[in-house]
Design a protein around this ligand. Structure first.
Ligand SMILES: [Fe+2]
Ligand SMILES: [Fe+2]
Length: 240
């Protein structure tokens, strides 16, 4: 039996109607599907400024009566008091999902802290079955300089861990606000589109901030079959 995950990222709840409307579009779609989803994952930048009111709204909107929603923090989700990384493991059927905290407090680029790297090693040593790793920051260049400048800075350390553990099926991330797929340490690296906006590519925009707020809301679906193969589909929703 296959496992189906919906993957959202970068909802950036900011108290305004626009961010809320776009996130609701995605969640309304997921909550009205006639078929079964195993989990919904949200790879960070859930809020825009980490304010309690933004978090409260996000918790209301990013919810499902039937499907568990698993999140990791992004660079916009400041949380105080900071008492260490928020690393959490979840079981989705036979798949272990490791949602790692890649936030470097006060910075846009990412870093997996030594305790997070150790948590990943410990979890992977104990995992007999397939594992998915989720984190906010892409650990590889996506050929968008604006994003490549603020990717995960210690991706070599993550690559060494992934290489040592063949049961890692894929790495799932956000932060880039673009639907993208590449490989990382020989595994698929699947980048969720941004719910709130899309970052344009160098050949799509001539100078300036490459953020497009008019493009459709997008999400990804990941299907994992019994052989451990992962297939990703992207969905876009009209904005009006
Ligand atoms: Fe973001
Ligand atoms: Fe981000």
């Amino acid at each position: 039996m296959s496992t189906v995950l919906a993957h959202l990222s970068d909802t950036h709840f900011d108290g305004g109607d626009r961010a809320s409307f776009r996130a609701r579009q995605a969640m309304d779609h997921l909550n009205s599907l006639p078929g079964h989803l195993d989990a919904i994952i949200v790879t960070g930048d859930i809020t825009d400024h980490g304010l309690p009111s933004e978090t409260e709204e996000a918790e209301k909107v990013l919810a499902s009566p039937t499907v568990p929603v698993y999140m990791c923090p992004g660079n916009h989700d400041g949380y105080t008091p900071y008492d260490g990384p928020l690393n959490r493991a979840f079981d989705i059927g036979g798949i272990r999902l490791l949602m790692a905290d890649s936030v470097l407090q006060g910075r846009d680029e990412g870093l997996l802290a030594p305790e997070t790297l150790q948590w990943l090693r410990t979890e992977l040593s104990a995992a007999a079955g397939p594992v998915l790793i989720g984190l906010h920051h892409p650990p590889a260049d996506l050929h968008q300089p604006f994003i490549d400048n603020i990717k995960l800075s210690n991706s070599d350390e993550l690559a060494a861990i992934v290489t040592a553990h063949p049961q890692v099926l894929a790495v799932l991330c956000g932060h880039a606000h673009m639907a993208a797929a590449t490989t990382f340490a020989g595994r698929p690296l699947l980048v969720a589109p941004g719910v709130t906006s899309t970052v344009l590519l160098p050949w799509e925009k001539d100078g300036g901030v490459p953020i497009d707020k008019g493009m459709p809301v997008m999400i990804a679906f990941h299907v994992i079959d019994d052989g451990g193969h992962i297939t990703t589909h992207f969905r876009a929703f009209p904005t009006d």
